[in-house]
Write a protein that binds this ligand. Structure first.
Ligand code: IP8
Length: 260
């Protein structure tokens, strides 16, 4: 059985500084994945390789004017470079892997990802090569182009490959009742269902054109089931991902009960 892992943009990049790759953290996380011995598929976020220019040029609204076009090309270039850096760390850790650029393999329609050909992903897996997909700018049948987040890709892959567990690696310990970066008495939830989610207030400090923790939790609730945990875990805490993959109890938030 496979584990679907998303390495969030907040962990693999410095989201506040354009094109800043956290190579040490990514290298360590890749070694943790390797050490777990688990069969995985990896998705990663765009972080500052995507969100900075996407916000500046309003890419999420779709095609509005020709001035956006060079920015689209630049973002596509930047996130492909980021993906190569991630794959380079995976290969160095002993995990044969290949970058599968979302926008070059798939299209969207009104921001919905059309993932009707899973064959390349499946065939790479059959060869023992880990496919690595990522948040990207994707052509859109209705809007010209649109942003496809790593979370959207996760949902499609979860439908297609029925993973035993889905893991979101982020820069926070899990979901809090308040913003832990600004509120000292913020409390971490071990488990979250859709009732709790409705109460949680979410604010986020940096630009993220595809939504913050709340959107992620909603996606996680859609992906969990009675026999599949969907977990948010902190990748900056050394060894935590490894312990989670080994089935140990760690500090994290687990989505339960699906979306209501
Ligand atoms: O970092 C967003 O993907 P995410 C992709 O997974 C772009 O939200 C290009 C901003």
């Amino acid at each position: 059985m496979m584990i679907l892992i998303k390495l969030g943009g907040s962990v693999i990049t410095d989201k506040t500084r354009y094109r800043t790759f956290n190579s040490e953290v990514v290298g360590r996380l890749c070694h943790e994945i390797k050490e777990s011995g688990k069969d995985v598929v990896i998705v990663h976020g765009a972080g500052s390789f995507g969100h900075v220019l996407a916000k500046e040029h309003d890419i999420n609204s779709g095609f509005k004017n020709r001035e956006q076009v060079p920015a689209v090309a630049q973002i596509c270039y930047d996130v492909r470079e980021l993906s190569s850096m991630v794959v380079s760390e995976l290969i160095s850790a002993g995990i044969p892997s290949v970058s599968v650029p979302t926008g070059s393999c798939f299209v969207m329609d009104n921001r919905e990802l059309i993932f009707d050909n899973g064959e390349p992903v499946r065939r790479f897996r059959d060869l023992g090569i880990v496919p690595v997909l990522f948040g990207d700018v994707v052509t859109d049948r209705s809007l010209g182009f649109a942003i496809c987040s790593g979370d959207q890709i996760m949902e499609k892959l979860a439908e297609l490959f029925d993973p035993e567990m889905v893991v979101f690696v982020s820069d926070i310990d899990g979901l809090y009742d308040k913003n832990p970066k600004t509120e000292r008495d913020a409390m971490l939830y071990d488990e979250v269902d859709s009732g709790i989610l409705k109460e949680v207030s979410t604010k986020h400090d940096v630009d993220d054109v595809t939504g913050g923790v709340r959107a992620k939790m909603e996606a996680m609730l859609r992906m969990c089931s009675d026999n599949r945990d969907c977990v948010l875990v902190n990748g900056n805490a050394e060894g935590r991902l490894l312990d989670l993959l080994r089935g140990e109890k760690v500090v994290c938030t687990t989505a339960k009960g699906g979306i209501l």
